[in-house]
Design a protein around this ligand. Structure first.
Ligand code: AMP
Length: 596
């Protein structure tokens, strides 16, 4: 099936051919002939990225009579960004219909210039509801000759409270009109609008209702809540060339994560409702132009931002509403390209993951958070690839090359490659030194604790021997217990750091360290034991109050710590950025505990 066979006329065909549209997308194949030839109205369940703008835009343009200088079609959209996007698409499609005028009208910009344009004569108005009502009330937007009404992202318009405005606008449009409503979801109110305002609406569903785009791969990483930010950085580090949106639930998270990413040297910006319209425009332009590669955004602020070639969408936690996930993931894998939708979740979000899988009829693949080795390998390979593909400006280089060749000419090709790669390698190596494994290991830790409780008789003997070993100190040393473990993001470096920072002037010699999920044991010279215990007690480590004592050989610390950690597990629900310090500090060498 071709656009021509769907009934699209020559000037439009020429324009879309230049845009590279070879074949109609499914929503276009359904909607275009219907809007051109049938009387009934249309409700289309289609998400962004399905080609819906051309589906309604081409036939709408074709139905315009240019010599009538009055509005003949009205397109309503929830946001200014979407308005501008639709108007820009229509301008592209109507490249060879210069006499057709399309005007976007939206709040937040000069109403006077919109009034002037309307007075000059406009054929298609693309509007946000609020501003259009203003223009209707001022008597400049006259809709008496409108024969086509499109409601785009109707569900979003309802979410944003535009129902009354839509009703009011429709009251100004002749009853004899064609109406098309596009929506990604089908809440009851949409049905109500359809019943009230539409004539025998035909329902088109592009794909299954709420189905995720077919060329999107859904993967997830499961970590403790406090490690989400670390996981995000690792995912980004593992994906050189990433171009994506990181979705967060709140404006605060959005800003904090973007700030943190910038501080950590990533090319990221925040987009949320606390920014002024001008700031948002600048951020969106930078992102569209690929000057910014990572956009950290709330769902609402990212609406209308239309970018086709995103490689990744990252869900920094899962949204409450499954439809929101579908929206987010539908932003990648567009127009025939493939994309990846990543969810970075903590263990308690697993249930929601299952709900989403049911709705999108696809499974998420669990992946291990990329390890430092894999990240380094990938980054070096990407650098090698860049070296291979870089375009060399011979003419310009000639001016500078002789001096450099004189300096490096003695190196063999092999040596040169090693040195060039080492520039990056050493930085990565330093950065990832001692980086912990942060994947959440559900079964292992609970199994471990079960074993420690002696539930596994066979292996219990070995276990308790090991446990005893762990509790007994080396000669001349004292074994110390501390209620911090790997689940708290507590590693050997943190222990040394705590001791250095909190024991004035003393040089403490630390012996064997055993890090457990919920607690740790370590050896200290006997003479320092009391001082160490007293200094650690009551400190704050990433929001947790530290407790320490001289370890007793018979005490079951696993059980004690397990009980405590279960109680404090609710922390998992709170967004926690404390561990960011951990990785960031590593760049500068030390690690730090936060004091109250
Ligand atoms: P939309 O759902 O309207 O936001 O469209 C998503 C993207 O697909 C836009 O960038 C369009 O330019 C592109 N597109 C729309 N129709 C086609 C087509 N038939 N062939 C190729 N690309 C298309």
């Amino acid at each position: 099936m071709t656009f021509e066979e769907l009934g699209v006329d020559e000037p439009l065909l020429r324009a879309i051919e230049e845009l590279g549209f070879e074949q109609p997308m499914p929503v276009q194949a359904q909607v275009i002939p219907h809007l051109l030839n049938e009387e009934s109205d249309v409700v289309a369940l289609a998400q962004t990225g399905t080609g819906k703008t051309a589906a309604f835009g081409l036939p709408t343009l074709q139905r315009i009579v240019p010599k009538n200088h009055v509005p003949q079609a009205l397109i309503l959209a929830p946001t200014r960004e979407l308005c501008l996007q639709i108007a820009a698409d229509l301008a592209d499609f109507s490249k060879y219909l210069p006499e057709v005028n399309v005007l976007p009208v939206y709040g937040g910009s000069s109403i006077e210039s919109q009034i002037r344009s309307l007075r000059k004569g406009v054929h298609i108005i693309v509007a946000t509801p609020g501003r259009l009502i203003d223009l209707i009330n001022r008597g400049v937007a006259i809709l008496d000759d409108v024969h086509t009404v499109i409601l785009d992202e109707a569900d979003e318009m309802l979410n944003m409270g535009f129902l009354d405005s839509i009703n009011e606008i429709l009251d100004h449009v002749p009853v004899q009109r064609k109406m098309l409503m596009f929506s990604a979801t089908m809440p009851a109110e949409i049905d109500k609008i359809a019943k009230t305002y539409m004539h025998d609406p035909v329902e088109f569903v592009v794909g299954t209702r709420n189905e995720g785009a077919t060329n999107v791969k859904h993967i997830y990483y499961m970590v403790n809540a406090r490690d989400k930010y670390l996981a995000l950085k690792r995912v980004v580090d593992y994906t050189p060339g990433i171009y994506g949106i990181v979705f967060c639930r709140t404006r605060r998270d959005t800003q904090e994560i973007a700030d943190q990413l910038c501080q950590d040297g990533y090319n990221a910006e925040a987009l949320h409702g606390d920014l002024s319209q001008q700031q948002r425009d600048i951020v969106m332009k930078k992102f569209r132009d690929c000057v910014v590669r990572l956009l950290v955004a709330t769902d609402v602020a990212a609406r209308g931002l239309d970018v086709d070639n995103l490689t990744h969408v990252i869900n920094y936690g899962l949204p409450e509403d499954t439809a929101v996930y579908t929206h987010r993931s539908g932003r990648t894998g567009r127009a025939g390209k493939t994309g990846v939708s990543v969810a970075i979740i903590h263990s308690r979000e697993k249930g929601r993951l299952k709900d989403i899988e049911r709705i999108i009829s696809k499974s998420f693949e669990r992946k291990e958070v990329p390890t430092p080795n894999r990240i380094i390998e990938k980054q070096l390979y990407s650098l090698a690839d860049k070296i291979e593909k870089v375009e060399v400006n011979d003419a310009e280089m000639e001016n500078y090359l002789p001096g450099v060749i004189k300096k490096l000419g003695w190196l063999s090709a092999d040596d040169l490659i090693r040195r060039v790669l080492s520039l990056e390698f050493q930085r990565l190596l330093d950065y990832y030194k001692d980086a912990p494994v942060i994947d959440f290991v559900e079964s292992k830790s609970s199994k471990k604790e079960k074993n420690e409780k002696g539930s596994n008789k066979d292996r219990g003997g070995n276990r308790s021997d090991k446990e005893k070993d762990r509790r007994s100190a080396e000669k001349g040393m004292e074994r110390i217990y501390v209620n911090l473990g790997k689940n708290d993001g507590f590693y050997a470096g943190n222990l040394i750091d705590l001791l250095n920072k909190n024991i004035d002037g003393a040089r403490i010699e630390v012996g064997r360290i055993d890090l457990m999920p919920n607690y740790s044991l370590f050896d200290i010279k006997k003479r320092d034991a009391r001082l160490v215990v007293n200094s650690l007690k009551g400190l704050d480590f990433m929001g947790k109050r530290v407790y320490s004592e001289i370890a007793e050989a018979d005490k079951n610390y696993a059980r004690a710590a397990g009980r405590k950690s279960r109680k404090s597990n609710d922390d998992d629900f709170a967004p926690d950025f404390s561990n960011r310090n951990f990785d960031r500090k590593r760049k500068g060498g030390g690690r730090k505990s936060r004091k109250k």
